[in-house]
Design a protein. Structure first.
Length: 102
């Protein structure tokens, strides 16, 4: 398995991020709401997951049938809190692991 890849995020409440992961085009739509951080995941132009609640150290995709060649998770670098956009500049890191769920 390859080393995890950090997906850079900006400390803004709503953003759309385009990245290439394992040779696939991935778009992440991230939105902070009052009750948590949510994400939509697009793979090669097709939405595969909508309205996903992001939690600390919890794999986001989890199932191979979505077609994602790996998985992602947020990790709190200072504790065990669920991610909040204000900490994207360092505290909360989004990592991708190739080969996870395959």
């Amino acid at each position: 398995m390859a080393d995890p890849v950090v997906i850079p995020l900006n400390a803004v409440a709503q953003q759309s991020v385009q990245v290439t992961l394992s040779g696939q085009s991935v778009q992440l739509d991230i939105q902070q709401r009052t009750n948590g951080l949510y994400m939509n995941i697009w793979l090669n132009g097709t939405m595969i997951i909508a309205g996903l609640l992001c939690q600390d150290r919890t794999w986001l995709v989890q199932k191979s049938y979505f077609g994602m060649p790996g998985d992602m998770m947020f990790t709190d670098q200072e504790g065990e809190s669920d991610p909040d956009y204000s900490g994207f500049s360092g505290r909360y890191v989004l990592m991708y692991q190739e080969g996870k769920n395959v």
